[in-house]
Structures are given as structure tokens and as C-alpha cells.
Design a protein around this ligand. Structure first.
Ligand code: FRU
Length: 486
């Protein structure tokens, strides 16, 4: 169904309670509803926003269009949690209800200022003739309400209307914001602002990288220091695929190096994708109470159709990951507290060979599976999940190439018309460990303790519950540990 502009800009309060309730009911019927991921009650979820820890709890928001699976007028939907494992849903906190955010409360971030949670985000305003005017707003959170005011009006000279997604931090008496921007020459970049009081913001200039001409827009920037390195995350749009890299419509990755805060010159290594799966975008990080750097992403992509569109909802967030830098590599591991989700455990050890081995009594559609590769003499091995007579989501590892592949060719319904059904990544060391989280309609694979991660939505049938292994030739000795997840 094509959504008209009028439908996309219909607000929640313009819809009757009965009609909204029928949308909620329809979504609740979906067989692809997740069990332990954050998902919208109905409508469309996109970027995680305003992620911050304050007085014993995390605040996390997401971009939300309540009325359907399209990018209409955006709200911030608010959740709180003490552990990022279970969440309280507080509902919409930032509404598109002022002139400055009249056409959507777009993405932004959170920080604690004088013991209050402050949110800085982009108000998307459109004029009568549909010109976009971005405002950067500061909102103070009180319960589930905000008071807001604009602090930066319009883009700076030299930049287009694509000027959004402030990520803020505090350092040595000063607040900083990085904002994703498009230059007048149609290249993407990041600009920096600073403020002594979180009220008055001054434009500092660009965050200078070696990527002068790398896509036409950079969305959702983030900056943090981690284990002695400076890390800048961003989502460039308009990058051509290059072999195994950059095969999704838009990219999400990082630069690591040294950021000179006097002039915002960044000397860095090359851009690396944060996730090598099919569905990952617009991540945001925050610091946990132990000083841990936690990342949550959107498990979805802009401008892409998904099978749940027919059920009036779309997308979910990824599981939280903890980041670290080890041997100059960015590692991403599932948040340790996620072990609280673990229920019944089953373990098995044995050889996988050329013929399919069905792991009895292994099956399921909602579990964590840890696979230790204890000996590998195979040319290539296969682990198949969510298997039925017709369907199977295949993980393939080729020993000689150290190449790990996720193959969705038979994994069930696919919303997007994919050019390729596989995503591959080359590992630095032999594959020793996979930690795999399967939910009703997603899979997140952590390889070698977080060296690489692959995240994808999958839409298998309800009978697709089997797990099996095999090899092309030669044998592999595996240890499987499987936890049902609650
Ligand atoms: C990224 C993004 C942001 C924008 C938001 C709007 O997915 O396009 O740049 O603020 O989504 O929902």
C-alpha cells in the first residue's frame, strides 16, 4: 500500500482510540513478534535515541512512527531499565508538537546535566512549500514529559538541509555535540559544536577526517574514547559495494585513532563496518555505571521493505553490546547481564561430518547457542538453524579462507529484494567460537568473542525449528551449549 503524505503526517492523537487499538491488536497477532528484543507496539521503529544512565536506571528511546510501517512523522518512544535486559515501556516522550519539530522529532542523544536528563535532538520542520528546516533542540526530561527549546536554528552556511542527529558528551568543563551533515557539494561530514552550559552552542567547524568524499550524507555520528583510542561512529549514505564490504543500502561503521580536541583533526585508520549482517544501522552508545561502553543499534535499514509491513509494524533494536579495544581492534560482546535471560540449558559434543547431523533434542526458535569449534579438519562446515523441510538459515565457515558466511537464501520470507542472499566476513584468526542469539525473527552472531558481528532479521515459518550441522568434506569436533531464552 502506498502511503500518502497526509497519512504519513497523521499524528497519534488524530486517530480514534478504537482505530489505534485495532492496529495494536493486529500487530500483536504477528507470528514474527520478538520475545526479548525491543520492538514497537505497532508502527515503525528506527534509530535508538537518548541512551543515558541516570540515578540507577537507563533511559532509552527509539524513533517511532505509530501508525504504520513507514517513515512518517516521528516520535521518541521511551523505555527505562535497570539492567538493559528487561524494560519498562513509558510510551511516547517527545512528540512532534512544536513549530521546530512539527514534521518529526528526529534522532538525538542524552546526557545528565546538573542531575537532570537532557536530550538534544533534531526537530524536523517543513515549510509550506515543503522545504526542510532542521532545528537542534534541547529537551529536559521530567517523568515521561519534556520541555524543549531550539538551540541551533537551521544548518550552518556551506551545508544543506541534511543536518541532524546530535550526539553530545562532556569533557573538561565543556559540552560537545557532533552532528551529521551534508556539505553544499553533496558530500557527507560531521560538524562539531560546543557549549559551556548546554544552552548556548557555538559552531566549532568540521571534524576533519581523511574521508573528504565518502558518500553524500553521514547520519547518526557518535564519538567516545575507549581504551586509549578515540572512536568515531557514523552512517555514510551513498557508498558503493566493494567485495564483501558495503553491501547493504547504507553503511554503519567506525574510525579509530587520535582526535585532536583543539582543532578537531582526526588521524585515524580506515573505515570499518560495525556489523557484517543484513540489518544494522544508526547505532548509539552510552556509558554504563561501571564505565562500560554499551552500543545498541537499529536492526533494520531505511528505504527497505520487510515482511511485517503487511502486519502494520516494522523493526526492532539489537541486543546491547559492550565495546572494547583489544590489540587495536574494536571488539563487541553481548552485554553480560543478558545471561539473565537464560533458561534450560542443553549441551552436546561430537563430530560433524559430510552428512547432515541433526542435533537431538536440539531445536527451537528462541535461544542462545554457543558453538565451540574444538577441532576443525573440514574444508567447509555448515550450521543450519531455524530448519524445516523447506527452510534453513545457513552459517558457513571456510577454513582455508577464514571466511564466515551467513546465507539467507532458504531462510524464509524476505521483504527486501536482495541482490545477494549472503553476507561474508574474513576473520583474522581461525574460527573458534560462535555465540548466536536467535529470536522469533532475528539472528545475531558474535564470532570469536566479538571480533566480528553479523545481525539480521529472518522470517521463517513456525515449523522452522531444527538445528543441524554438516561439512563439505572432513570433520569438525564441536561443543554446543544451548540455552532457551525467556
Ligand atoms: C537515520 C535517520 C536519522 C534521522 C532519523 C529520522 O535512520 O534518517 O538521520 O534523524 O532517522 O527518523
Amino acid at each position: 500500500m502506498e502511503w500518502t503524505r497526509e497519512q504519513r503526517y497523521t499524528k497519534l492523537d488524530q486517530m480514534s482510540e478504537e482505530n489505534y487499538q485495532s492496529l495494536l491488536d493486529a500487530t500483536a497477532q504477528s507470528k514474527w513478534r520478538q520475545h526479548y528484543h525491543i520492538q514497537p507496539p505497532t508502527g515503525l521503529l528506527n534509530d535508538p535515541n537518548g541512551f543515558v544512565f541516570h540515578e540507577g536506571q537507563y533511559h532509552l528511546f527509539y524513533q517511532w512512527f505509530p501508525l504504520g510501517p513507514v517513515h512518517g512523522i516521528k516520535y521518541w518512544y521511551h523505555l527505562t531499565s535497570t539492567d538493559l535486559v528487561t524494560f519498562n515501556e513509558l510510551g511516547p516522550a517527545i512528540l512532534p508538537d512544536t513549530l521546530w519539530d512539527s514534521h518529526g522529532a528526529y534522532s538525538g542523544s542524552g546526557i545528565v546535566v546538573n542531575n537532570e536528563v537532557k536530550l538534544m535532538y533534531t526537530g524536523n520542520h517543513r515549510t509550506q512549500d515543503w522545504q526542510r528546516v532542521p532545528y537542534q533542540l534541547v529537551a529536559t526530561l521530567k517523568g515521561n514529559q519534556v520541555s524543549k527549546q531550539p538551540v541551533i536554528e537551521g544548518p550552518e552556511a556551506g551545508y544543506t538541509e541534511h543536518f541532524r542527529d546530535p550526539k553530545v558528551w562532556y569533557e573538561q568543563g565543556m559540552y560537545y555535540a557532533v552532528i551529521g551533515a551534508q556539505r553544499d557539494n553533496m558530500t557527507g561530514t560531521i560538524v562539531v559544536y560546543q557549549s559551556p552550559d548546554f544552552q548556548h552552542w557555538t559552531f566549532t567547524g568540521e571534524l576533519a577526517t581523511d574521508y573528504e568524499d565518502f558518500g553524500y550524507m553521514w547520519e547518526c555520528p557518535d564519538y567516545f574514547e575507549l581504551d586509549g583510542q578515540d572512536i568515531v561512529l557514523f552512517c555514510p549514505q551513498g557508498i558503493e559495494p566493494a567485495g564483501d564490504a558495503f553491501n547493504n543500502i547504507y553503511q554503519s561503521g567506525y574510525l579509530m585513532g587520535h582526535l585532536d580536541k583543539e582543532n578537531f583533526n582526526f588521524s585515524h585508520d580506515h573505515f570499518i563496518e560495525l556489523d557484517n549482517g543484513f540489518d544494522f544501522y544508526a547505532p548509539q552508545t552510552t556509558l554504563g555505571p561501571q564505565g562500560e561502553r554499551i552500543l545498541i543499534g537499529w536492526m533494520g535499514l531505511p528505504d527497505t521493505d520487510y515482511p511485517t509491513d503487511n502486519e502494520n509494524w516494522a523493526h526492532c533494536l539489537t541486543l546491547p553490546r559492550v565495546l572494547s579495544v583489544e590489540n587495536h581492534k574494536l571488539m563487541q560482546r553481548p552485554l553480560p547481564a543478558l545471561t539473565q535471560l537464560r533458561g534450560t540449558v542443553e549441551t552436546a559434543e561430537g563430530y560433524a561430518m559430510k552428512h547432515n547431523v541433526k542435533l537431538h533434542p536440539y531445536e527451537g526458535d528462541c535461544y542462545e547457542l554457543i558453538v565451540d569449534v574444538l577441532e576443525n579438519e573440514s574444508t567447509e562446515f555448515y550450521i543450519e538453524l531455524r530448519v524445516s523441510k523447506k527452510e534453513s538459515t545457513r552459517l558457513i565457515y571456510n577454513q582455508a579462507d577464514k571466511c564466515f558466511t551467513l546465507d539467507l537464501f532458504d531462510s524464509g520470507k524476505l521483504g527486501q529484494s536482495l541482490k545477494s542472499y549472503t553476507r561474508s566476513v574474513i576473520l583474522e584468526a581461525d574460527l573458534k567460537k560462535m555465540q548466536i542469539f536467535v529470536d522469533e525473527s532475528s539472528i545475531e552472531i558474535f564470532l570469536n568473542d566479538g571480533e566480528k558481528v553479523m545481525t539480521s532479521r529472518i522470517f521463517p515459518g513456525e515449523d522452522a525449528r531444527g538445528i543441524r550441522t554438516s561439512t563439505e568434506s572432513g570433520q569438525v569436533y564441536f561443543r554446543f551449549t544451548k540455552y532457551d531464552l525467556k
